[in-house]
Design a protein around this ligand. Sequence first.
Ligand code: MTE
Ligand code: MO
Length: 555
Amino acid sequence: MIPNFSAAEQAVHYPADRRTFIGLKPQVWYVLAILLIATMGVAWLQYLIWGLPADPGLIPVPKEKLAIGFPWWLRLSHWVNFFFLITIIRSGLSILADHPRLYFNNSCTPGSEWAKFTPLNIPEGKVWTAKEDARYISPVLGLPGYRHTVGLARCWHFINVPFFLLNGVIFIVLLFSTDQWRKLVPTSWSIIPDSWSVFVHYATFNMPVEPNGFYQYNALQQVSYFAVVFLLAPIAMLSGMAMSPAIENRFHWFPKIFINRQGARSVHFLVMLAYLAFLVVHVAMVVATGLVRNMNHIVNGTDSETDQTGLYFGIGFLIFLVLFAVFAHWFSWHRPRQLQRLQALINGTLWEKTINKLKPKLVYRKEDITPHFWANGKVPESAEWKALAANNFQDFKLKVGGLVDNPMEFSLAELKKLGQDENITMHHCIQGWSGIAEWGGLPMRKLIEVVKPHPSVQTVVFYSFGEGLYGGDYYDTHTLDNCLKPGALLAWEMNYEPLTELYGAPLRLRVENQLGYKMVKWIARIEFVTSHTTVGKGYGGKNEDDEYFDLLANT
Ligand SMILES: Nc1nc2c(c(=O)[nH]1)N[C@H]1C(S)=C(S)[C@@H](COP(=O)(O)O)O[C@H]1N2
Ligand SMILES: [Mo]
């Protein structure tokens, strides 16, 4: 099913170079080797020297405290969880492909990544934008796949998240309001040596006595199920939240849980790998230890060894997952606006009422400025901008108009007279990279005081001299409210130097609780309007119009 790409979209989404590549730093191989030795190696050593440890068998639980069987809500939430997990992982892979590098430093300097999924090195002697660096991913693997489809991928990722969470919360509440928690939650420290013993059995291919999961698990089984629910899920959630500009800018300590913001992104990826590893082992064990019976446990809630319906349901569910993937693919390319609208309805609303209200705190210091800062966007090609640039923007006049009492034009010198702030902040690109820089310029608040917008104004539009990815003037909008938040700046200075052409000369925007694409570079004019729907295609910006990005970019 080939989607209906225009020629311009085809060039971006379906490039000639579609090679897959996985590159890991040597240190990562060392860590992997150590992990392997610390588990398999030690297990074999123990086995060869001291022999097989005793099989701890079942976790000792008095009969009256056993949680027998699987109630309907548990079976249901298991399958619901499976569905969301797959959708979230597939869309996450599409998001990752848009900046196919993982780091543990905020600078994102090429070469400093611990993992990269692009065969390319940064070409020297030419500008290489983050968008050019994006990679293709097969739509069989990624949702929606192809290259630079981060807008729609985020719709899928985020639309599923609240429901995934809700399912998890309901599961936990029911778990603890029934006796089912006893099956899942270890209550004795002996679980640790016991699960190691069970592990030594599996690792050395001495299969331990399989408990009937309908009644009880073995120690390793309990520990791994417990970890999936009570470790992986919270880490996934927290590392995801730590990437949000609105959260990072208000609670700077938060991403430090994962070393830094890029650490959070890396951990988010590693959690995904852990989920996948669990999935593979879990499914393999379900198959290996009595498929028909196990399927009846988790589908019908019965312990039958002969009834085939559980198995049929399982096969049916896999078929459903495939059919849903085909549908999601079709929907992505034939109804992208509906996806974008649904995302706005669910998460746009959610973010607006919560994290968008947070006020950024400006805490970074000069030492935090990162040596690297990826660039994005097309440097303007218009004769007008080129002429201005040739004269160092001496003749540049920023036009400010729309629904204001005082429509005005300002030269750079006039803007500087209105005031100047210096902020050191972290930039969060939607693609995943970050960088910290100093920005000097006029606080938006001061400009707003001078031009005096009408009471009906809700939105501020920033028009660029540059074009969007698929042609047409680049622009973006912000709520008046966000333009009044700390750090909102019309910047003419970056890292204590005049803004260079690549980084947005003569003026670029900073609004610190938003993602990078909202920070228009090469600003030509500013317009105060009642609503973003009155501008462009009406979705709030060039990327929102053409690439289905979010109107509100808090995360
Ligand atoms: N005019 C214009 N402004 C733009 C863009 C663009 O393509 N055109 N890209 C945006 C995106 S996606 C990002 S991440 C930042 C990048 O800013 P930088 O080049 O200073 O890193 O600029 C934003 N502003
Ligand atoms: Mo970006």
